[in-house]
Design a protein around this ligand. Structure first.
Ligand SMILES: [Zn+2]
Ligand SMILES: [Zn+2]
Length: 344
């Protein structure tokens, strides 16, 4: 079988043995897999937790080929999506229903021995979710990336009617915007330095968009919102975006840190304390977030046509990474096997 390996400065498609499932695992044949912003970080060597080389692919849809004797009742042919967190299930976080924060967490497709950019892979079967029949493969590939903002919006609390800013209109920023709209948020302002991305945000329902490079971004956002934001989603997580987020949330607001920071940033702690600003990290997702994502996609609250802007076959995976890095695309998918007919 073919398997993608990312080396410093090079993305290779290599030949490997089809893996055999362990007792608790399933063997999955890949259908489609997304290129994530974190894959681009990792390929550049700038992901804080993914050393090179690595085997990418965590936004993966496939078909059950076989399952180990203790893997549960899986039928070959069942379409599945991977929940790529690989928790230990025994630590304090795992035993309190927060396995996304597992103290011994491994992550399929991010520093793990296998990823989904391969013809086949094996993974713990309890990390698989059946894909609803009505979702086509490309739509199903959005369940994982959509679950990240679903989780962040859930952690932020009730967003209905609230004034919100979303910093960054890349994939996660746009998906966050879509989730906020589905949850009945009030005015949502999007910022991004890229005009095409701001136009996408406007088309997806942002009440206003602001160039993230313009002077006094925070002042402009506050002017549009008529005051501070109740919640700011920082989907960029660099020094300038965090500074803007705190200024927009000031006073008394919440800053959700959703983007993966490539490096440490400085926090104006006197302001955070004195102005009672809440800074809340958000890390991946839990099964209820997967369920809500599938539901949002089924209801059409998020449409694959708005997000999947390019698809390349596995043999052209390097081009898929280039396209994803270009700033011209929202979600780039790699198609691996023959697409499944949608039955719904
Ligand atoms: Zn991802
Ligand atoms: Zn654990």
């Amino acid at each position: 079988m073919r398997r993608v390996v990312v080396y410093p400065g090079r993305i290779a498609v290599e030949t490997a043995e089809v893996p055999a499932p362990g007792p608790n695992e399933a063997l999955v044949r890949t259908l489609a897999v997304g290129v994530c912003g974190s894959d681009l970080h990792a390929a550049r060597g700038s992901h804080p937790f993914v050393p090179l080389p690595y085997r990418p692919g965590h936004e993966v849809v496939g078909v059950i080929e076989a399952a180990g004797p203790a893997a549960g009742a899986w039928t070959p042919g069942q379409r599945v999506i991977v929940e790529p967190d690989l928790p230990c299930w025994t630590c304090k976080m795992c035993t309190s229903g927060r396995e996304n924060l597992c103290e011994n967490l491994q992550f399929f497709g991010c520093g793990y021995a296998q990823g989904g950019m391969a013809d086949y892979f094996t993974v713990a079967a309890n990390r698989l979710h059946p894909v609803p029949d009505v979702l086509d493969d490309h739509t199903a590939a959005l369940i994982e990336p959509l679950s990240t903002p679903v989780h962040a919006v859930r952690l932020a609390g009730d967003v209905a009617g609230r004034s919100v800013a979303v910093l960054g209109a890349g994939t996660i920023g746009l998906l966050t915007l879509a989730v906020l709209r589905a949850h009945g948020a009030g005015m949502v302002v999007s910022t991004d330095p890229n005009l095409a991305k701001r136009e996408r945000a406007a088309a997806l329902g942002a009440g206003a968009t602001i160039d993230a490079r313009s002077p006094d971004v925070a002042g402009q956002v506050r002017q549009v919102l008529g005051g501070s934001a109740d919640i700011v989603f920082d989907c960029v997580s660099v020094q300038s975006s965090l500074d803007q987020a705190i200024a927009i949330a000031d006073k008394g607001g919440t800053v959700m840190v959703v983007g993966v920071p490539a490096r440490e940033v400085t926090v104006p702690l006197p302001i955070v304390q004195d102005h009672q600003i809440r800074i809340q990290g958000s890390a991946t997702y839990l099964p209820p977030d997967y369920a809500e994502s599938a539901d949002l996609l089924r209801r059409g609250a998020v449409r694959a046509a708005d997000f999947v802007t390019a698809v390349r076959p596995l043999a052209q995976v390097a081009e898929a990474f280039e396209l994803a890095s270009s700033g011209q695309h929202v979600k780039v998918l790699v198609s691996v096997g023959e697409p499944t007919q949608v039955r719904g």
